[in-house]
Design a protein around this ligand. Sequence first.
Ligand code: NAD
Length: 433
Amino acid sequence: MLQQIPPASRQDHLSYIHSHADSPWQTYLAQVDRVVPYLGPLARWAETLRRPKRALIVDVPIEMDDGSVRHFEGFRVQHNLSRGPGKGGVRYHPQVTLEEVMALAAWMTVKNAAVGLPYGGAKGGIRVDPTQLSIKELERMTRRYTSEIGIIIGPQQDIPAPDVNTNPQIMAWMMDTYSMNIGGTSTGVVTGKPVQLGGSLGRVKATGRGVFVTGREAARRIGLDLQGARVAVQGFGNVGGVAAELFADAGAKVVAVQDHTGGVYREDGLDVARLLAHVHERHGVAGFAGAQALAGEDFWGLDYEVLIPAALEGQLTETRARRTKARLVLEGANGPTLPAADDVLHDRGILVVPDVICNAGGVTVSYFEWVQDFSSFFWSEDEINARLEKILVGAFVSIWETSERLKVPLRTAAFVVACERVLEARAERGLYP
Ligand code: NAD
């Protein structure tokens, strides 16, 4: 039994943190501050949430096709391992920083616990614009990065997966490199692999499917009929593209889409299948025929009921939160809403389904993939989707009930459910030595 100890105050923070107030790491810390009052005696352990357990910075030198040598900065952060091995994706993006990866790793800790998966939280990334690399350069960079972080990853230690600008091919190279280095075939070291290499059916669409499933549950509770509901999606990649497709299949009208190349709008609803084909060919929504082009900020003030930010962090600012006419925000991306915007949305009665449950479909099917790899017994896609639905709806209901019981927004409720689990594990394991 834990003794009753008052909540710890925030201790002096990490010397290597220099970020501005709206950075992902500061956003995460503000979210932790909001949950501490609800943790009771477990608050004694709360400082553990504010520090990554382990952060590795690696140099990734590669030979370019023209014979020159370039160095890239790579990271792998294990935020918390109290409940199991680390789990979280790898991002290739020119703006990746250690602090961003720390925040993404921390959100994985919360997400895995909120959904009840037996994992801690981790994340990785390389500061690179992958569109500037040839396929061979991309492979060399991925392999060198995997070797460098090989000292802390492994099927029982930390299991990477895809995130922004990484995909099943990159996971195949990671699995192969790790396997070569240990002298065997270790399929369980990464998830999101191609199906013939121990990947799982349903993984590619799992995150978008989770956005749809949790969105449907939330819509029902606020009396929003998805049939004919207008939806806007920011980010039209693995998460946003699939979510848009599933909402359109359910009878909703996807009226606006924005990505890094621009925005498109059609009052009667965009043809999502055609837009996906266009993006596949042209690598962005810009130039899509049969839709109006949208100027950047216009996207936020349009008429729609459902807003799905599915691009990057910090997109939903206070100003945009004041402008939006949405009734429901579904966080496909990690950390898209700034804390000040969260307050505005709450005050305006707009329901936010937070990232840590909304986009948890991907890691849930990654968990299924890992389990299938260990047992070398593979499930059908129907089985995967049924189990995914069951886990996500169960997690959503418990967070919804916590939110009603404590009279707090869904994000705080999700953090309460998750942080209790993480800190109970922390307390039960005890401090070593
Ligand atoms: P992706 O690389 O497939 O797509 C990213 C999309 O965001 C692209 O359409 C890109 O054009 C758009 N984008 C980038 N910068 C933008 C900007 N400044 N403005 C507007 N759009 C911009 O990545 P993804 O896997 O779909 O990931 C998107 C988000 O979802 C990220 O926050 C990621 O962490 C999160 N997420 C992904 C997964 C997964 O399984 N892939 C799981 C959980 C959460």
